[in-house]
Design a binder for this molecule. Structure first.
Ligand SMILES: Nc1ncnc2c1ncn2[C@@H]1O[C@H](COP(=O)(O)OP(=O)(O)O)[C@@H](O)[C@H]1O
Ligand SMILES: [Mg+2]
Length: 390
């Protein structure tokens, strides 16, 4: 059964917007417009979560939260998210004191709201109500046209943004088997669990895969690359597709970071991927490699619509602009991520992803926008024109 969200707000526009967004994501929604009604609805309906505005007729949001917490008295805990006015610290503190579990400042992005809701639901009802719908299972690959274009930076941070800012469940796979560097990007020096542990087992099943995954503080799960280049050979081209299948069954997104080789391992990953994001920078060798990559995939019969071009460091001066690059490739660039070396390098060298410590940097914001575009595409809600212009 879908979790029920009780929306408490006296503004009809907010009511409409919230009901629409939540129903769209598979939640049941019930709406009331004043504080006294909210307490009554809570008693009768026992919602899975309450979205509670502060300024309400009859009882205000603080009083509602307090009343509910008193009535619960150690019994079942209904998670409450307070909707507060922007920048009002006092409101937030008072809300938390009154018993709210989280707060969200108005105006907020629907994706942010959904992420918070899912977070709270999984915290308070880990077994059954954690997700309102089955995982959507999109496999997406990030392929760097040459070393150093930023494929790993984008794969890691997009994975985190898809989880944190878009509210999806995400597993990140380091498909760079010989020189995978997610341990460096994510400061996991000593973690030995890797894909090698899966492929060396006599049989592969979902339980084994789950045990080998590493949980990152950001909330995404990781399947790490072999700890050394020698052990990479144990991962044969046939080994990865069944693992990706298992992962696809339990996550909204399986994000695979692959290196630039067009070898059998990578081609199998491309086979499994719904979309291949080819990351390039505006320089000749990168453009040449993208052309080779596109031709090779076309020769192998891949549908070119599954390939999307991502111009990274788009604002760096290279003497080649977007128009030149599109002319050379005879294709439009589907996405652009601006140049922000300061945020990128300090994140890398500290082992804290941009989205963790520099989420407000230009790069952090660009990656969140990119993740939102990916999600809109995957869910089939983006108009083709708006995407091409990004
Ligand atoms: N948008 C960006 N702006 C500035 N620097 C970037 C950006 N994306 C990546 N970098 C930097 O480029 C370098 C290579 O990135 P990396 O993700 O390891 O590339 P790849 O995986 O394609 O080899 C890193 O130092 C990284 O910090
Ligand atoms: Mg890389």
């Amino acid at each position: 059964m879908a979790p029920t969200i009780l929306v408490v707000d006296d503004d009809p526009n907010v009511q409409r917007l919230l009901s629409y967004t939540l129903r769209q994501e598979g939640f049941e929604v019930s709406v009331v417009a004043d504080g006294a009604e909210a307490v009554r609805a809570w008693q009768v309906e026992r919602p899975s979560l309450i979205l509670l505005d502060i300024m309400l007729p009859k009882l205000d949001g603080y009083a509602v939260a307090q009343r509910i917490r008193e009535d619960e008295a150690g019994g079942n805990h209904t998670p409450i998210i307070m909707l507060t006015a922007e920048g009002d610290v006092e409101q937030r503190v008072r809300g938390l004191r009154a018993g709210a579990d989280d707060y969200l400042m108005k105006p907020f992005h629907p994706a942010e709201l959904l992420a918070r809701i899912r977070g709270l639901l999984s915290r308070f009802a880990p077994s059954e109500e954690a997700v309102a719908r089955p995982p959507s299972g999109h496999v997406i690959a990030f392929y760097g046209a040459k070393g150093g274009v930023g494929a790993t930076t984008l794969a890691v941070n997009t994975a985190i943004a898809l989880h944190r800012n878009v509210g999806r469940s995400v597993v990140l796979v380091d498909g760079n088997l010989q020189f995978g560097d997610h341990r460096v990007f994510l400061d996991l020096g000593l973690d030995r669990k890797s894909v090698v542990d899966i492929v060396s087992a006599p049989t592969i099943d979902a339980e084994l895969v789950r045990q080998v995954l590493v949980r990152h503080d950001s909330g995404i799960d990781l399947l790490l690359a072999p700890p050394s280049p020698e052990t990479a050979e144990l991962v044969t081209p046939e080994a990865l597709p069944p693992i990706l299948d298992i992962l696809r069954a339990s996550y909204d997104y399986v994000v695979v970071d692959v290196d630039k080789r067009l070898d059998e391992v990578n081609l199998r990953i491309f086979d499994a991927a719904e979309v291949i994001y080819v990351v390039l920078t505006a320089d000749l060798s990168s453009l040449k490699n993208v052309r080779i990559m596109l031709e090779t995939l076309a020769n192998l019969g891949y549908d070119s619509a599954r390939v999307q071009l991502v111009l990274n460091r788009s604002t760096a001066f290279t003497g080649i602009n977007v128009k030149n690059a599109e002319g050379a490739l005879r294709r439009t660039l589907d996405h652009q991520v601006l140049n922000d070396y300061r945020a990128a390098i300090s994140a890398l060298n500290s082992g804290a992803p941009v989205l963790d410590t520099k989420a407000e940097s230009p790069l952090g914001k660009a990656i969140v926008a990119f993740a939102q575009a990916i999600d809109a595409d995957a869910m089939g809600t983006a108009s083709p024109r708006s995407r091409a212009r990004r």
